[in-house]
Structures are given as structure tokens and as C-alpha cells.
Write a protein that binds this ligand. Structure first.
Ligand code: XMP
Length: 305
């Protein structure tokens, strides 16, 4: 439990102190972490804050439109950078290289956007588990280890660096952020790219985006998992109509967790799993098979890469 009033007061003071008289750019993703950061920063530096949302092309279905609706009042700049992200991901198969390529692209885009407003401070919603996983060498969370060492910002401010996810949600409640934001499932910075094993292409992202939408529609309301997702884990043989199909294998994951550091799979009813399988194979061309991942963390991480 965190003393939310005290935390909010101290975080606002910290942002003010570290930002000095600089213009501040914030990387807003629409998740609870960056939304809390944006609210704290708006209170700390007011008009000197420029929130930027980067549409990487790796976002969930309808996400960018929803973010525009939720944050339009903050004079949000939406940067359409899908072409750039797909270009840097071409031919990249190694998961760490993928994360680093995405983290690097994010920073270059923030630098470019910051030039437009003269911002020299960057605010990020990094939380404690992101740092632990990156520093512990588990994987480079893009807003930490995936970030290039060289960047042109004079200062990087991370006011949530010591909080766990459930504590960030408490702060979001205390700040009176919309319920949808308070309860949003975690979504990784590198987006759907870490839910496609191997090389990322527009076609694979299109398929995994549809599969994630189906999984969320079937699971979020009735089961309220801490997180649920779908990943493309490979190709296998199937049959549709009377035609053999070399199609994608979709793996579904639904877990409960306190902080993302450990996680347990949900015991889902067979009927629910069967409906997800039937919807994915019927509604998404190219999907041949659906499996449910019952591995806890550890040993498996929540995301696939
Ligand atoms: P893993 O896959 O490491 O994920 O078990 C733990 C939690 O962190 C999220 N995650 C990320 N969040 N940037 C983020 O902001 C990242 O690079 C990243 N990688 C994983 C993941 O969705 C889960 O909630």
C-alpha cells in the first residue's frame, strides 16, 4: 500500500525540481503508468508539457482512436510512425534485438518531436518491475533497457520508478482518472511485436491484432484476468473446407498476477476456450490452430518474447 496523497505531492515536487524551466515531453501510451505520469506532470509543469502518442503500427485494434478520445483534451500529438517501425523490424528475429530496435526508434521519434516544442526533458512511466526485469537481464523493457544509452534529452524523469502496478492503479484512483484507464490491462511498450515469434511483418501483426481482440472480447469482462493475450507462435497444417492449409498457430494466454513478476494461468472453462478457437479459425483467414498456454511465470514470462 502506498500513501497516495503523499506520493502525489512528492512526485509533483520531483517533476518540478528535475524539469526546472525546461519544456517536457511525455511518451503517452494510454496505459495506466503513462496516464498517471501525464496527470502528475500536467499538475507540475502545466503548459510546458507536450504529450506525444506514437502509433507504432503495433498497437491493439482501435487503440489509437480510443487514445485520441481519452486524451484529446491534453492537446495530444499523435505521430503515425508505423512505416518507420516496420522498416527497422525487417529481418530482425532475435527478441532482444527486436526490443532494442523498437526502443531506439521510440527515442529517435521523441527527439524529433521534442525539437518541434524545444523540449529537453523526457518523462517516462517506467515502474519498478520494468527496471528489475531489464536490470536483471530477463528482457529489455523498451522504456528502460531497450532505450539507447545516447539520447539528446538533458534529463529523463521517471516518477513511478519505485511503484508496482497495483500501486500505480491506486494513484490513478486518487487522481480521479477515468475508470477505463485505472483498470486497463498492461500492454507492453513494444506492442504486438513481442506477440509474434520471429520476424515481424504487417501481415502477421494484422493477424495477431485480430486474435488479441477476440481473446479480450471473450475473457476481459467475464473473467477479469490481470492480463490476457494472443500470440503467433508458428505455422502448422490445418484444413479449412476441404482444402489443406498451412496456417498460423495462435497461443492464448490469460494470467493472474500482482505485479507481473510472477503469474498463474487462469483455469478457463473448456467452452470458453473452444469458442475462442472457433472464432479465431473462422474469423481470421490464415489461422489453422489455437492452443491455450498453461505455464506459470516462472518459468515462462507473460509475453512471448
Ligand atoms: P513479462 O513478459 O516480462 O512481462 O513476464 C511482465 C509484464 O510486463 C509487460 N511488459 C512490458 N511492459 N515494456 C512495458 O512497458 C516492455 O518492454 C514490456 N515487456 C513486457 C508485460 O505485458 C507484462 O504485463
Amino acid at each position: 500500500m502506498v500513501d497516495t496523497d503523499r506520493f502525489i505531492r512528492e512526485a509533483i515536487e520531483e517533476i518540478r525540481r528535475e524539469a526546472g524551466d525546461r519544456q517536457v515531453v511525455i511518451a503517452l501510451s494510454g496505459g495506466v503508468d503513462s496516464s498517471v505520469c501525464a496527470a502528475l506532470a500536467a499538475a507540475a509543469v502545466g503548459e510546458r508539457l507536450s504529450p506525444i502518442y506514437v502509433d507504432t503500427g503495433l498497437m491493439r485494434k482501435n487503440e489509437t482512436d480510443r487514445i485520441r478520445e481519452l486524451f484529446g483534451h491534453l492537446s495530444l500529438s499523435v505521430v503515425d510512425a508505423a512505416d518507420e517501425f516496420f522498416a527497422v523490424l525487417e529481418g530482425v528475429v532475435d527478441p532482444e534485438e527486436k526490443r532494442k530496435a523498437i526502443g531506439e526508434r521510440f527515442i529517435r521519434i521523441f527527439e524529433r518531436e521534442a525539437l518541434k516544442t524545444g523540449a529537453t526533458a523526457l518523462l517516462q512511466g517506467t515502474i519498478f518491475p520494468d527496471r528489475i526485469e531489464s536490470e536483471g537481464g530477463i528482457k529489455s523493457h523498451h522504456n528502460v533497457g531497450g532505450m539507447p544509452l545516447e539520447c539528446s534529452f538533458e534529463c529523463v524523469i521517471e516518477p513511478l520508478r519505485d511503484l508496482y502496478k497495483d500501486e500505480v492503479r491506486e494513484v490513478a484512483r486518487a487522481l480521479d482518472l477515468p475508470a477505463e484507464i485505472q483498470h486497463r490491462m498492461p500492454f507492453p511498450g513494444p506492442g504486438l511485436a513481442v506477440r509474434v515469434l520471429g520476424e515481424v511483418t504487417r501481415e502477421k501483426i494484422g493477424i495477431v491484432r485480430e486474435a488479441n481482440a477476440i481473446v479480450e472480447q471473450e475473457l476481459v469482462e467475464p473473467f477479469k484476468p490481470w492480463q490476457c493475450l494472443a500470440a503467433l507462435v508458428g505455422l502448422g497444417t490445418g484444413v479449412k473446407g476441404d482444402v489443406r492449409l498451412h496456417g498460423w498457430i495462435v497461443s492464448v494466454r490469460a494470467v493472474n498476477s500482482r505485479d507481473g513478476m510472477t503469474a498463474d494461468p487462469l483455469e478457463l472453462p473448456f467452452g470458453t476456450l473452444a469458442r475462442i478457437a472457433s472464432r479465431c479459425t473462422a474469423e481470421i483467414p490464415g489461422v489453422a490452430r489455437v492452443v491455450y498456454d498453461v505455464t506459470p511465470k516462472p518459468p515462462a514470462t507473460i509475453e512471448y518474447e
